[in-house]
Each structure stands twice: as C-alpha cells, then as structure tokens.
Design a protein around this ligand. Structure first.
Ligand code: CFM
Length: 546
C-alpha cells in the first residue's frame, strides 16, 4: 500500500492537483477559488497567503453551516440547564437538536433540558403579522413549566427579515420574572458567511449576560476554565477525568456539559485554556481585558498533545506539587497508549489522510494521525479565519470586509472592582523568557508538511475530485460528505459527530481513535464498492460535454 501511495503522489504534484481542481470552473470562479487553495510552503509569513472567511460563491455546494448553527448549535447547545428557545420555523430547531452529539450528564441537581426541543414554531401568519407576542407566550410557557435559571432566545432567518425585536421581548420577560435570566441572540442564519459569525455573536452575549454573574469563590486549587471544548462523543468527560486525577479544578467549560453557573462563575478562574481557537478566542481576550485572566492555547486531541497541554497548565501555576502530579499521571497513562500504538502502527504507517472540518479539528486531529504514522496530505477548514491557518501573527494584517464588520465587536474595559492580574508583570515576563507563550497560536499551516494542500471552504465537487486524484486512505469531514466519499471507495470518518464513536480526546480517547482508524483503513470492504457492471460494462458512453 505504501508504494502505491507513493506512486499516486509522484503522479500528482500539488500544483497539478490545484490546477485540476480549478479546471472546470468559469474563469472568475477559478480566480476566486485559487486564492483559497494554498500549496503549503511552511513559510513564516506576516501577511496572510490564504484567503479565508469570505462568502461562498453562489452555486457552489459548500460544506459550511449557517450563523444560527454556530450560535445555537455550537456555543449554547451543550449547556444543560439553560432553556434554548428557537424563534423560527420548526425545522431550524429540529435540525439543531442533539445532532452534534454533544453529551451531557444531568448532574446532582438533575436540571437538564437537552432532551427537549423548544421552538415558537413560526407559521405564515406570524411572518406576516409579526411573531413577538408568540415569542413572549413561548418564553412564559417554558418558565411556567420548568422554572429554569435562564432562557436563551435564538433568531432564525425570518425573524431578522420581519424585524421582530427579540431583545426587547427578552428584556421585558426577564424583568417580569425577576428570577430567570432571559436574553436573546441575533444570530439569523444569513448574518455572516458561515457558522463562525454565530460563535462571535454567541460569545458577545454570553460575555454580556452570563460571565461574572456569580462572584462566589469556588473550592479547589489550580482553577482554570476550559474554553472551546464541547464534549462531542464524551471528549469532555475524558478531559475532566484527567483534570481530576491531576488535581486541576475546572471552574467552567465553554460549553461542553456546562451549566449556567459555570459561565456565571468563570471569571473566578486563574487561567483560560483555549482548545478550539476559532470558536472562542473572543471570550478569552475579553476575559483577559476585563478580569485579568491570561490565556494559553491547549489541545487535548492526541496523547502527546494532551501530555504537553497538561505540562503547560502545570508550568503556569509553577508549583512543584502540581508539576509532580501531572508527571505522575502522564507516566501512568502513557504505557497503555504506547502499547496500542505498537500494535496498530505497523498496519497504519505510511497511509494517507485528508481532513476538512470546521475551524480547528483539521489541525487537532493531525496529531492523532501523526501518532499513527499516517501522513496528512491535504487539510482545511470550512470556516477558519486566516489566523487559524497561518497563526495569530497575521492578525494585524487581516483586512476586515463588510461581512466581518457586520458582527458587533464589544468594547471591553477592565472591571473597576474585579480586575485582578493573576500574575505580576515580572512573573509573566519570567515565564515568557523561559519560552512560555501566552495568547499564541501557530495555526494549521505550520504543522503541515511542505507541498501539502491546504484548502479553505472545500466544496462537494472539489472533495470528489481531490479523492479521485490523490486517493487518500481515509477522508475525514461531516455527514454531508460521508456517503459521496464512501461511494468513491474511500473510508470516511466523521470528525464533527464522530459517527457513533468517541471519546477521542485525552489518553483513553486517543486509543479509541487509533482502533477506529485501524479498522477503517484496513477494512477490505472498500475494494468491493464497484458493482460488476461498473467494472465490465456491456455498453459504455460519454456525455456530450466530455
Ligand atoms: Fe471549534 Fe468545534 Fe471545530 Fe466549531 Fe463545528 Fe464541532 Fe467542528 Mo462541527 S466549535 S470550530 S463550529 S472544534 S460543530 S465541536 S466539529 S464544525 S472543527
């Protein structure tokens, strides 16, 4: 297999693949798409090389989701004790209900609304006469039935089009109840170029209405928030297990298996550890400015990455007791990981992978493929920004377009009473001098090999073409891509919902992933994808345009 792979790569150099992907497009489309396909030169550029976070060209079948999906589904969806009420037609609520496989446990209080699908079920007459009264009635009904701590209202496309003032409705209901925090998100699906805009809208409102609501100091040592971890397939449970073993206190997770109170108390933590940079870096920055909490980038996908992230957290606190416990935990966990790798890598070594996922997993999962000694030959994001590809050093040079300006930027100032630098300037400088990096992220490109293809907002046509030309041993993306790729005879692993698998984070998760990939890339079933009449046709023909 390894030699066959080599042959394929020699046949198709990256420049040839790129031009083959663009070949069928009209010239204007080809010009635009060319800027979103980068042959990785592993350069340390200050200026972005790859265009990202721009509108999908009309007519192209994108892999992206909408702004509402990023707000309701991604950021707020995993929070168990906030009633998530969707103001819109029923389909928007139904399709954002549990499909992401973010798991939760009901906790000691048992307050869990995840298994309910709340919607105002807008009808034609609401679109014509306005839906505000219906929304107020729905908020009242949810309150009467459940008496939740909090109700979040989400706008879908028609709400923005007809101009329902959801914020005023929410405010009035909050005042009326007195014991329930009600707020709304203007996250209409069309608001931005992708779900990424929805993250930003969600983060702004979470910061405005939730963070800092509870000043009570929680027990525990080494207090952190884990930002950008959504407990898909139980990832968060595995990370929590490791934190507990290490003696690290996780005050809040944004937002896997989270509660209202976790957001409300998050400003009492001493460090923000950012997992998914794309979806949550806004909150990390705002919390640093307002409360003085520094942030670092971590990654718990990959056993080595997990060990590295734990050491980074321990180094920040700098106490011997924590450093020793972390080393002890790593020493306890790694032998099982290494045994699994020793058994599996002889079967996976040299095989190739492609990953096209959201805004951070295409990078994080490369760690796991590296551990399996597999080569990532092409990767990209649906909606990553230029800094997710090329590192935060390009941030000052990113040109803001009208679509980005359309999303509110909160003006944040240090809190008069609660701003407290967690470390003195001297302590921060000493850490940085020793090589410690705050607010730092190098992005995907730095970790990809030279000559690999990095593609932004890959579409259905290009995905099939890419597979046809480069024949990877596995392709990773989402449900929309799954069956078209499998029909090409290549195994496909969903890295959004994990199909029915997971967890893949942490040490135990890494082992689960190795086993799953081993099964997929070494299964013989893919060789039987062609029907007999496709292999030996009795009649053949071609289309007129071919
Ligand atoms: Fe962050 Fe995510 Fe992702 Fe994302 Fe997502 Fe997701 Fe994702 Mo699907 S928050 S950017 S909007 S890591 S739902 S848990 S898998 S596209 S790569």
């Amino acid at each position: 297999m390894a030699t066959a792979t080599k042959k394929k790569l020699v046949q198709w150099g990256p420049a040839e693949v790129k031009s083959a992907l663009l070949e069928k497009y009209p010239p204007k489309v080809a010009r635009k798409r060319a800027k979103q396909i980068m042959i990785n030169e592993a350069q340390q550029n200050e200026t972005p090389e790859l265009t990202a976070n721009v509108r999908t060209i009309p007519g192209i079948i994108t892999m992206r989701g909408c702004t509402y999906a990023g707000c309701k589904g991604v950021i707020m969806g995993p929070t168990r004790d906030i009633v998530n009420l969707v103001h819109g037609p029923i389909g928007c609520s139904f399709y954002a209900w549990l499909t992401r496989r973010n798991q939760t446990d009901a906790g000691p209080d048992g307050e869990n609304y995840m298994n309910y699908c709340f919607s105002t079920d807008m009808q034609e007459q609401d679109i014509i006469f306005g839906g505000e009264k219906k929304l107020a009635a729905a908020i009242q009904e949810a309150y009467d039935l459940f008496h939740p701590k909090s109700i979040a209202v989400f706008a879908t496309c028609p709400v923005g089009l007809i101009g329902d003032d959801i914020h005023t409705v929410a405010k009035n209901m909050k005042e009326k109840f007195g014991d329930c925090n009600v707020y709304a998100f203007s996250c209409e699906g069309y608001k931005g170029v992708s779900q990424s805009a929805g993250h930003h809208i969600a983060n702004n409102q979470v910061f405005r209405h939730l963070v800092g609501q509870n000043d009570e100091v929680k027990p525990g040592k080494y207090k952190i928030n884990l930002l950008g971890e959504y407990n898909i397939g139980g990832d968060g449970f595995e990370i929590d297990r490791i934190f507990q073993k290490c003696g690290i206190t996780c005050i809040s997770t944004f937002s896997g298996n989270s509660t209202y109170d976790q957001f409300a108390s998050s400003h009492t933590a001493d460090l923000n550890a950012v997992m998914c940079h794309r979806s949550i870096n806004y909150v990390a920055d705002m919390m640093e400015t307002k409360y003085g909490i520094p942030w670092i980038k971590v990654n718990f996908i990959g056993a080595k990455a997990t060990a590295k992230s734990l050491r980074k957290i321990a180094e920040y606190f700098g106490e011997k007791a924590l450093i020793d416990t972390v080393e002890k935990v790593i020493a306890e966990e790694m032998p099982e990981v290494e045994a699994a790798l020793a058994e599996i890598t002889p079967r996976t070594e040299g095989k190739t992978a492609m990953m096209f996922v959201g805004g951070s997993r295409a990078h994080h999962y490369k760690e796991l493929f590296d551990e399996l000694k597999m080569k990532t030959i092409s990767a990209g994001y649906e909606f990553g920004h230029q800094d997710d590809y090329e590192g935060r050093q390009v941030l000052p040079n990113i040109q803001l377009d009208a679509d980005s300006r359309n999303i509110e930027e909160l003006e944040v100032e240090p809190d008069e009473t609660r701003f407290k630098p967690r470390k003195s300037d001297k302590e921060m400088k000493a850490l940085e001098k020793a090589g410690y990096r705050f607010k730092h992220y190098d992005g995907l490109a730095a970790d990809m090999d030279k000559g690999t293809l990095i593609i932004d907002d890959l579409n259905q046509y290009e995905a099939e073409k890419l597979v046809e030309l480069m024949k990877p041993d596995i392709f990773c993306a989402g449900i929309k891509e799954k069956y078209s790729i499998q029909k090409l005879g290549v195994p496909m692993k969903q890295l959004h919902s994990y199909d029915s698998g997971g967890p893949y984070a942490g040490f135990q998760g890494a082992i689960n992933f190795y086993r799953e990939i081993d099964r997929l890339v070494n299964s013989k079933v893919w060789g039987f994808m062609k029907a007999p009449w496709q292999k030996n046709p009795q009649l053949s023909g071609s289309f007129a345009w071919e």
